[in-house]
Ligand binder design. Structure first.
Ligand code: HEM
Length: 328
């Protein structure tokens, strides 16, 4: 039998391990952080009702908010930095110019400021709004911890977004630096189950693959290549702004696992999407998620929650902005 001293030491080790885990960057985030803090209002219900109203008239809001969460959290953490207006802020960095949905965040903030000024952070609103939109678009509903504070830094030069040509290994390494696993990486790219890109982004795959004029990416399903070249993105500058659905058109507003089925069929739109299937180290994850819609539903939130807790500010750090597009 272990001596009392050894048992005491073991208990101390366990206690230290628990403390170390709890002491991560998200230490003060809590479920229901705003309960009882906004007079008689239920903060999460207010966010949800505004997102619901917006979703009813503009379903692509789900894609805007999901992408916003990604661009928000990978640039210096989920601190609302993307929302700041002005020269040289995160919002002005080239990859962020096509991020949308700022107005719905501003509308939610205005309503919450009316109900309880200075209480709810813009960064929490972003995470809650994306969560609610995902559920409205047929995806899973999940709990998120709140209590994020808004940052006082927003610089375009911090915007180090991944490239569309990233190999699977590069994508995994990119998210790895943020504490996410290869599995999380494949899950997160599943966000391309909704939304669109534009012909300008994929034209090199269609017409000058590998720098060779006239070459088409052999990793793209030839039938899809034909459809894109003939109807969606003809080889003229005027087609640059044409919309290309990241998932099949009929599924482009639904959060489901169809994205993975597409990449199994070589129909991934961005090279990085297709690369997840072409690389043996991530292919098995794609297969798993493509073949089990229920699994995707149950684990997609894990990756989104991890993303939503990257480098958050809590406690007395940062501030609670009065409006989301300006520091106090
Ligand atoms: C290697 C990682 C990624 C790359 C290279 C990438 C790249 C892109 C590009 C180029 C677009 C199209 C932009 C345009 O044409 O306007 C796009 C759209 C989108 N991305 Fe990603 N993305 C990545 C990861 C993610 C992640 C992690 C999420 C969310 C968790 C996400 C969510 C979205 C959504 C929802 C859209 C559609 C936006 C809309 O319809 O307005 N992406 N992405």
């Amino acid at each position: 039998m272990a001596s009392p001293a050894r048992m005491g030491a073991a208990a101390l080790m366990v206690a230290l391990a628990v403390l170390a885990l709890a002491g991560g960057s998200a230490a003060s985030l809590q479920y229901g952080f705003y309960k009882g803090k906004c007079n008689s209002s239920d903060v999460e219900a207010v966010v949800q009702s505004i997102v619901k109203a917006r979703f009813a008239r503009e379903a692509p809001i789900v894609a805007y908010l999901l992408r916003m969460q990604f661009h928000e959290c990978v640039i210096n953490g989920c601190d609302g930095g993307l929302l700041i207006d002005g020269p040289g802020t995160e919002k002005t960095a080239p990859p962020n110019l096509s991020v949308k949905g700022y107005d719905v965040i501003a509308a939610i903030k205005a309503e919450l400021e009316r109900r309880c000024p200075g209480v709810v952070s813009c960064s929490d609103i972003q995470i809650l709004a994306a969560r609610d939109a995902i559920a409205l678009a047929g995806g899973p509903m999940y709990s998120v911890r709140t209590g994020r504070r808004d940052g006082r830094r927003s610089r375009a030069s911090d915007a180090n977004l991944p490239g569309i040509d990233f190999t699977a290994a590069q994508a995994v390494a990119y998210y790895g630096k943020l504490g996410l696993s290869a599995f999380d990486t494949v899950l997160l790219l599943g966000a391309h189950t909704v939304g669109v890109t534009h012909c300008s982004v994929i034209k090199s795959r269609l017409y000058s693959y590998g720098g060779k004029t006239g070459a088409t990416d052999p990793k793209l399903d030839p039938y899809y290549a034909f459809v894109y070249k003939t109807w969606v993105c003809p080889n003229t500058p005027s087609s640059d702004g044409n919309v290309v659905f990241l998932d099949d058109q009929w599924s482009a507003l639904r959060v489901d696992n169809n994205y993975y089925k597409n990449i199994q069929r070589r129909r991934g739109v961005l090279p990085v999407d297709q690369n997840l299937y072409n690389d043996g180290s991530t292919r098995w994850i794609v297969d798993l998620l493509a073949n089990d819609a229920g699994l995707f539903r149950s684990v997609f939130p894990n990756a989104l929650v991890k993303l939503s807790e990257v480098n958050v500010l809590t406690g007395t750090q940062g501030e609670i902005r009065k409006v989301c597009n300006k520091f106090n």
